[in-house]
Ligand binder design. Structure first.
Ligand SMILES: CC(C)(COP(=O)(O)OP(=O)(O)OC[C@H]1O[C@@H](n2cnc3c(N)ncnc32)[C@H](O)[C@@H]1OP(=O)(O)O)[C@@H](O)C(=O)NCCC(=O)NCCS
Length: 176
């Protein structure tokens, strides 16, 4: 598997445990988790635990995570990952989050395009899925710009805290 991916402005590298410090500053901002199932107000320990989980899922070939850095400054601006890989169905579920300071520059789209290309061509995954919560049009837009199609809303699929949410499902096939 190719571990590192490069785009004109970004370097995507396989997550390492030491990334948790920079990742924590992104994860702990309330706007990062607002429309996700990420932990609200995470402790440093929780952020480190999440990075540890990303590493374990890659070691078990159940997922894979890239940390996204700006080529120019090497600053960590986000994370994009395969949260689950189903090898028999050739399907993976993608998730991502970027720090608010870097929103609106096309970085999420640039990363997602690189990752989807790698998933289809390098990892030979046929179907990629992603979901968004209602009220996150920026993420819907990123998915559409990266070639995903909106496939419908799964009603009340998610429980976050004690609240249920609809899930908006997006999919992208290798031959789309
Ligand atoms: C969603 C997220 C990844 C987008 O990152 P980003 O780097 O700003 O994304 P991009 O710049 O590549 O593209 C954003 C697009 O959304 C559009 N957009 C932003 N806010 C919008 C809004 N309120 N309504 C409609 N479109 C919106 C932008 O205009 C842009 O589209 P355009 O290029 O056609 O103009 C980022 O906001 C984020 O990390 N949010 C918190 C975590 C999260 O929600 N993760 C996804 C969980 S499903």
């Amino acid at each position: 598997m190719t571990l590192a991916l490069d785009t004109p402005r970004l370097h995507l590298s396989q997550v390492q445990i030491e990334d948790w410090v920079e990742y924590y500053s992104i994860l702990s901002a309330p706007e990062t988790s607002a429309h996700t199932d990420l932990p609200r107000a995470p402790t440093e320990k929780r952020a480190k635990g999440l990075v540890g989980w990303m590493i374990r899922t890659s070691q078990q070939a159940k997922g894979f995570a890239w940390m996204v850095r700006l080529v120019e400054t090497d600053v960590l601006i986000g994370c994009i990952r395969l949260n689950s890989i189903d090898k028999s169905a050739s399907v993976a579920v993608i998730g991502y989050e970027f720090g608010k300071s870097w929103w609106g520059h096309g970085y999420a789209t640039e990363s997602l395009i690189a990752v989807t290309k790698h998933c289809h061509e390098g990892m030979k995954l046929f179907r990629l899925e992603a979901w968004t919560l209602p009220g996150n049009p920026a993420s819907d837009r990123v998915l559409i710009k990266a070639g995903f199609r909106y496939e419908g809303t799964q009603r009340q699929k998610m429980i976050i805290g004690s609240q249920r949410f609809d899930q908006r499902l997006f999919g992208r096939l290798a031959d789309d």
